[in-house]
Design a protein around this ligand. Structure first.
Ligand SMILES: [Zn+2]
Length: 393
């Protein structure tokens, strides 16, 4: 099939958890802008999308730029339909759908509380390719009715209707390949989960994806270099999915109390900043919850610039940082709170009392330990992650 690069670039998609990033990186809003809402789902276009617009304009400059742009709009409408299918089924099964972002490499559905049962994963993954096949079937019926020929396959200069049919067949088929990060990888994992736990099923599916990518790269070297690019995307996508899933699985076995600093040093709002500096020299805690008669008031970081020169009470330099409840889920609540916080630690509250401190370095150590354990799959350690916590005497 004669394909020009943009079709292939646009043919992959991902279902990305929008919840806390297991990698611990602060969540930043992607450089994208909204082009509208469908059933409350924000459809956004990433700024790099303009690269594709420019590429298309360049490629179709001589043959008809208007037709080229119309085809580009159709391509991305087809990808939106594919992503919406994922999102709507996910929502019906309990996920919170934030947005769909269109990237040059395809679409990404940002979901939270993604249901994790194999049946849910199967349904959410399979419906995207099915939607693409449905569009292809619909286009084929219209073509049949109008007497438009679908043959020969030509995604560059064929009729728009024929291109729509073949493009959707291509997207549906490509995404069904049994390799992460394609939908077919998720379908494969959900089927493997009948016999394996999530971690093992993920490892097998990721290995399958990498083996497939290597095969694809070999074919690509012989046939078409674009296949090599796709192979690289699949190879690293499989590994990224494997790592993210294993971190997620292992985080489930760790509680907030396992990671936080227990009984941290608290300071009174009336303490002077020079006293705080003296305290910070002998206490490695660095960030201190300020607790007055009425309870928690905020956090003060002894290493920030304002503290270095100030002389008044610490209340004047404390920051109003939200607290986390001791019962909070580590992955979904606690880690995002500290990662998104303006201070390097967040106070943990139980019954109105500060009982702990979750520091960014605790989270980083935990995630590093888990990632290293995930990279060396020895299943002897059931929960390798929990770092010993320091308890104050
Ligand atoms: Zn998909």
């Amino acid at each position: 099939m004669a394909l020009d690069p943009p079709h292939r670039i646009a043919s992959a998609d991902r279902i990305a958890p929008a919840g806390p990033k297991a990698a611990g990186a602060p969540r930043r809003r992607p450089a994208s802008f909204s082009i509208g809402h469908v059933t409350g789902i924000d459809i956004r276009v990433h700024v790099t999308f303009f690269l594709i617009v420019a590429l298309f304009a360049f490629a179709t400059w001589s043959t008809g730029i208007v037709g080229g742009m119309v085809w580009l709009v159709i391509i991305f409408a087809c990808i939106v339909v594919h992503e919406l299918a994922h999102s709507l089924v996910a929502r019906r099964r309990g996920a919170v759908v934030h947005e769909i972002v269109l990237l040059p490499i395809g679409g990404v559905s940002k979901l939270e509380h993604l249901p994790e049962s194999p049946a849910d994963e199967f349904a959410i993954a399979i419906v995207g390719p099915l939607a693409s096949f449905g569009l292809a079937g619909f286009g084929a019926l219209v073509a049949l009715g109008l007497g438009v020929s679908l043959w020969p396959v030509d995604l560059a200069t064929g009729s728009l209707l024929a291109r729509l049919v073949w493009f959707n067949l291509l997207i549906g088929g490509f995404n069904l390949l049994p390799a992460f990060p394609m939908d077919g990888g998720r379908v494969l994992r959900s089927l493997l989960e009948r016999h394996y736990d999530l971690e093992d099923a993920t490892r097998i599916a990721a290995r399958t994806g990498r083996a497939f990518a290597i095969g694809l790269a070999v074919v690509g070297i012989l046939v078409d270099v674009w296949l090599v690019f796709i192979a690289v995307f699949v190879y690293f996508g499989a590994t990224a999915e494997e790592q993210a899933t294993i971190v997620h699985v292992r985080l489930r076995g760790v509680q907030l109390a396992d990671v936080m600093l227990l009984d941290p040093t608290l300071i009174a709002p009336t303490m002077s900043v020079p006293e705080l500096r003296a305290l910070a020299r002998r206490d490695p805690q660095r960030v201190f919850p300020v607790v007055g008669p009425g309870g928690y008031q905020g956090m003060v970081d002894a290493t920030t610039a304002g503290v270095a020169d100030a002389v008044g009470p610490v209340a004047a330099v404390a920051r109003a940082v939200p607290v986390i409840a001791a019962s909070s889920n580590l992955e979904e609540i606690a880690i995002p709170s500290v990662v998104g916080s303006s201070t390097a630690a967040v106070a943990v509250i139980d019954a109105g009392r500060v009982v702990g401190l979750l520091r960014i370095e605790d989270v980083e150590h935990l995630l590093t330990d888990i990632s290293q354990a995930a990279a060396h799959p020895t299943r002897t350690q059931a929960t390798p992650a929990a770092r010993p916590t320091r308890s104050r005497q």
